[in-house]
Design a protein around this ligand. Structure first.
Ligand code: TYM
Length: 334
């Protein structure tokens, strides 16, 4: 039986993934990789849109790949590779940029937020065309589903629009992908600022739980997480964003219902609740951290696995790219 295809990726934009990446995306990836023909990339070309030290970018790319594997993505079953190793990504992005409206790209909220934050002159063109490259990632693999956190929804809508536009202009070429967004865990918030999304590029480190941090550091951050003065462990997004966020994390990692956790901590204070959560987080992260660090001890082997997987990815991607060029009227080289 042919399995439907799944595609997703993360930017190697920090030394470690954060718990939002883990709960919002990686946990789904791990679960879905059995029932799908899955492709997972480390999107290093996307990371070039931010200022980077070259040696650090290389290290972050390996670290991101190692965390995928450590979290349970199996490179012998799923195709786990580095985006820049498959040149078709940049090539399809160019072709797709010619059918993307300037206004359409300008309406992407992530671009609008970033350009507002840094100013037009400090905003590079790569940041503007970023979603077109993301569409290329997805469409090259004839992807059926894209599991992501809620912040990527608009980019996937653009991807669908571009696929439909191309298909109607040039004939059926791309599968139109569907996003898979887990309603309850699609957005994990910053521990210090629980109405803002947790992000690898957060201004303050205190609100971010890193997968590769020392367990004691993560525990400390949880103990210091912002709550409220009510002192009751109950879910209420509006009135209690801090406690609600902690409950979502607790439920996601322990596989328990929020109501059961509320019951367990009824009549107890936030201190007990946070201690319980810290144990859950540390016991989930510790083995992932150890496996990731072990994989990073042997970068030659990691690079070999990534190269092998890139070969697999390229054979699928190049087929799509060649169809696209053909349909758009680019002359074939004989
Ligand atoms: P990135 O690297 O910002 O994030 C990787 C994944 O983690 C999810 N995520 C979150 N989920 C819940 N709560 C949070 N606080 C949180 N922060 C991040 C993201 O939604 C994402 O699923 N543009 C993408 C990378 C990309 C991609 C692709 C994804 C490039 N090409 C093709 C899917 C398919 C990005 O910057 O993700």
């Amino acid at each position: 039986m042919i399995k439907p295809r799944l595609y997703s990726g993360m930017q190697p934009s920090a030394d470690s993934l954060q718990i939002g990446n883990y709960i919002g995306a990686l946990m789904q990836w791990r679960e879905l990789q059995d029932s799908y023909d899955a492709y997972f990339s480390v999107v290093d070309l996307h990371a070039l849109t931010q200022p980077n030290d070259p040696a650090e970018l290389r290290a972050k790319t390996r670290r991101t790949a190692a965390q995928y594997i450590a979290a349970g993505i199996e490179p012998s079953r799923s195709t786990l590779y580095v985006q820049s190793h498959v040149s078709a990504h940049s090539e399809l992005a160019w072709a797709l940029s010619t059918i993307t409206g300037f206004g359409e790209a300008g309406r992407m909220t992530q671009f609008k937020d970033k350009s507002a934050r840094y100013g037009a002159d400090a905003t590079n063109v790569g940041l503007f065309t970023y979603p077109v490259l993301m569409a290329a990632d997805i469409l090259l693999y004839q992807t059926d589903v894209v599991p992501v956190g809620d912040d990527q929804k608009q980019h996937i809508e653009l991807t669908r629009d571009l696929a439909e536009r191309f298909n109607s202009r040039y004939g059926q070429t791309f599968t139109v992908p569907t996003p898979v967004i887990q309603r309850d865990t699609a957005r994990i918030y910053d521990l210090q600022n629980p109405t803002a999304k947790m992000s690898k590029s957060a201004e303050s480190d205190a609100g971010v739980l890193w997968l590769l941090d020392e367990p004691s550091k993560s525990a400390k951050k949880i103990m210091r997480a912002v709550t409220d003065s009510e002192g009751v462990v109950r879910f209420d997004r509006e009135a209690k964003p801090g406690v609600s966020n902690l409950l979502v994390i607790y439920a996601a990692l322990s596989g328990r219902q929020i109501a059961a956790i509320e019951d367990e901590y009824a009549g107890r204070g936030y201190g007990d609740f946070k201690k319980g959560l810290a144990e859950v987080v540390v016991s989930e992260f510790e083995p992932v951290r150890e496996r990731a660090l072990a994989l990073l001890d042997d970068t030659a082997e990691l690079d070999r696995v990534l190269a092998e997987n890139a070969g697999r990815a390229a054979s699928v991607a190049n087929r799509t790219l060649s169809d696209v060029y053909d349909r758009m009227g680019l002359l074939r080289r004989v």
